[in-house]
Design a protein around this ligand. Structure first.
Ligand code: VGL
Ligand code: ZN
Length: 198
């Protein structure tokens, strides 16, 4: 059985000092680097939004960051502007060994749809192509690490299970946003879906 490590969104804007900083986001880099060195197949995701993206609170008059709006595809949390294409905040953390990635999946690049998951955008329909890439390469077992546990990591893990992959999330190599209990909610959903939490 062939395996891959999926490194989710280890980008400056999700680290302390960034636009959507996750507490301790930078602390995971040494451990993520150890994992990267131990895996032959490494895929990374990069949150990659156009300016004025529909997931930004600044694109919705009168709305504050971390509130929720109804999109055609369902409820969407609004975020501070982050990971804008081509900005320093969208770059991988400088200490991350990103050169070992075989593939970088950019997501959230469509104005009208956010994408937490590495597999499917937030309409739960539009595929990123990652499942096909992994299957074509005969990879069936995935290990995930990165930011944030309760958003992009969890959505990626759940979609990967739905696509039939064997999934382990290395919680020690993740950090959470934890918005209104989202961490406990998403940990329960991952357990229920058969994700191994390590
Ligand atoms: C993420 C919120 C918005 C994440 C990305 O990487 O978890 N969270 N965009
Ligand atoms: Zn984003």
């Amino acid at each position: 059985m062939s395996e891959a490590l999926i490194v989710i969104d280890v980008q400056n804007d999700f680290c302390p000092g960034g636009a959507l900083a996750v507490a301790g986001g930078d602390e995971i880099v040494p451990l993520v680097n150890q994992l990267i060195s131990a895996f032959e197949n490494v895929v990374m995701t990069q949150d990659w939004h156009p300016q004025g993206h529909s997931s930004f609170a600044s694109s919705h008059a009168g709305k504050e960051a971390f509130s929720t709006v109804e999109m055609p595809y369902g409820p969407q949390t609004l975020w501070p502007d982050h990971c804008v294409q081509g900005t320093a905040g969208a770059l991988f953390h400088r200490d991350l060994i990103w050169t070992r990635a075989n593939l970088v999946v950019r997501k959230g690049f469509r104005d009208a749809i956010d994408s937490y998951s590495a597999f499917r955008e937030n309409d739960h329909t539009t595929p990123t192509g990652l499942a096909g890439y992994l299957r074509e390469r005969g990879i069936s077992k995935l290990t995930m690490a990165g930011l944030a546990t309760d958003f992009c990591v969890a959505y990626s893990a759940l979609d990967a299970r739905a696509e039939g992959f064997d999934v382990t999330v290395r919680l020690d190599a993740c950090r959470a946003i934890d918005l209104g209990g989202s961490l406990d909610t998403m940990l329960a959903k991952m357990r229920e879906a058969g994700v191994t939490l390590a």
